[in-house]
Write a protein that binds this ligand. Sequence first.
Ligand SMILES: NC(=O)c1ccc[n+]([C@@H]2O[C@H](COP(=O)([O-])OP(=O)(O)OC[C@H]3O[C@@H](n4cnc5c(N)ncnc54)[C@H](OP(=O)(O)O)[C@@H]3O)[C@@H](O)[C@H]2O)c1
Length: 290
Amino acid sequence: MKIVIIGARGRLGAALMREHQGEHDVAGFNHAQLDLSNLDKIREKLGETDFDVLVNAAAFTNVDLCETQRDQAFRINAEAPDLLAKICADKGAKLIHFSTDYVFDGEKRAPYTDEDEANPISVYGESKLAGEKNVLAAQNRHLVVRVSWVFGPDRPSFIDGMIKRAQENETVDAIADKFSTPTYTHDIARMLPQFFDGDGEGGILHFANAGKCSWQEYAQWALDCCREFGVPTKAKTVGPLKLNDMQAWVARRPVYSVLSTTKYVQLTGTRPRTWREAVADYIRRFYSKK
Ligand SMILES: NC(=O)c1ccc[n+]([C@@H]2O[C@H](COP(=O)([O-])OP(=O)(O)OC[C@H]3O[C@@H](n4cnc5c(N)ncnc54)[C@H](OP(=O)(O)O)[C@@H]3O)[C@@H](O)[C@H]2O)c1
């Protein structure tokens, strides 16, 4: 199967490249090789490329910057996926497009299913939701995979920032009143081939590691794992912060955005491992010197 991955140097895209090479015929485009804000280039580059599955892991992901760069956010997160979806439909290829828990407003207090209504509260969320709709309108076998709080070795994220801060400071803190589920790029990459089949079901799929936590709990578990695996940190405990304390944030963020993976479990007969297992695995593999 020929797979093309867009966003090949991103946190998720790089993990997909690594995990799928060897098992499939994989090619990737990074930002410099294919700029999603240039629709003519997309037509040109993808027109001359042969593939069965196109995976779009590229996006304008800076949530705060999206607020002041609305046009660019919509161009990359909505218009480009629209074109990708149409190109794939014309070629008879399947598009797997990544989206986000930030399409929800966060008012619910139980995991969001793919049938819950999206109601974004940021430009990033609005642009990603518009992208989802464009992808699904182009062909009913295209798949939109929503993920949350993505972490992995290819680009630093919240967890790496927390470990670094804990290595440099005696005290650290993190937001205690915002909830979702950390999701390991390795786990996303391992589950994805189940959906490469062009005849498989399309639509929206939620994927996240199991369970839920606040950023404080997430960070605390990361430090606990560091201790367990012999990774030295000065700070051992993570103090609480309130979402309202984050004065520097420009965009609003949902306070609760746990994704229900019930549909994924029903479709595949497998369960994602817990976020605690995934985080422990990551720290053992990429931080531990033991
Ligand atoms: N990170 C999270 O916590 C999270 C949570 C929920 C959903 N998601 C979704 O998961 C997907 C992957 O995100 P990620 O975590 O891997 O983010 P990331 O590390 O920021 O990766 C995004 C990639 O897109 C590329 N990109 C940005 N603008 C582009 C453009 N105009 N043309 C082509 N490429 C462009 C970036 O390249 P440069 O860096 O070179 O610009 C980067 O390689 C996205 O759809 C995102 O919305 C992420």
